[in-house]
Design a protein around this ligand. Sequence first.
Ligand code: F6P
Length: 344
Amino acid sequence: MRVGVLTGGGDCPGLNAVIRAAVRKGVQQYHYEFTGFKDGWRGLLTGAAVRLDIPAVRGILPRGGTMLGSSRTNPFKERDGVRRIRENLAKDEVDALIAIGGEDTLGVAARLWEQYGIPCVGVPKTIDNDLSATDYTFGFDTAVGIATEAIDRLHTTAESHMRVLVVEVMGRHAGWIALHSGLAGGANVILIPEQRFDLDEVCGWVTSRFRASYAPIVVVAEGAMPQDGDLVLKDAAAGLDSFGHVRLSGVGEWLAKEIERRTGKEARTTVLGHVQRGGTPSAFDRWLATRFGLHAIDAVRDGDYGVMVALRGTDVVRVPLAEATARLKTVPLERYEEVKVFFG
Ligand code: F6P
């Protein structure tokens, strides 16, 4: 039995931990062989592959990024994509595939299984934590930790200079990173994509914070939008990726300018960007990613394809890939309302 492994989409701390766990258990307990495909689905289209064995995965548990490389390649947008995938799987004699990725990568895996019978097992990763079938994705805890540390540090400058400091965090169309890091970091305003914000209300919170002789920290998710009208804040030059996503950017800068103009208080922006995806995974993410890897190889052993491993409470379960990729998990309104007591 030979198992293929690939990592697709944005990199994320914990990817290497999944690869290590699947290979360790697969080789030691089931005597499987492994092929790693390079750069996500691109490696399966081009045949770029490496052999994975236990020595190849030694020492990678604490390493961020992915030893296999990643890309946002969509094989369904490529000519003869499925035929090329089949050929490369056959060339390497790969019997089953573990795809580690977010909604896009797993959406491809779901389709390859459902429509073409290519045996896939999915593992959910993303710092955005926006996959509905799992309580948590690995990478999220690390990103929240990094953002929280940044907010802690920014408090001291905000207080010293009595400035408004706006922190723009990632998360695409979900506000999880903003919500968790904003709460953990004691932000005075948290703005998420799930609820459009009223600029007057934001300025009111900022002003009331100054009245209490403290300087405000405003955490804004990159996908957050004001009530009145859509901002064109995407990076227009970057266009769309092959899954149709825009590159979000700029709400933090825009917001700081508006706050400064309306309140007369100096406002500055820090965009955390890819720092949130970098570096070593937190202990929680290593734990979760390792367990996902172990359960993914068990699904392969059971011939249980078309599933994704998922965290439910403290258990790792299997859910149909189709269900897992059907909708995004966004922040429920009541969860957002809960933290508003700290605003202002
Ligand atoms: O999905 C993870 C993520 O980091 C999002 O939070 C962000 O919008 C996007 O990827 C950025 O993607 P890229 O690194 O391709 O610009």
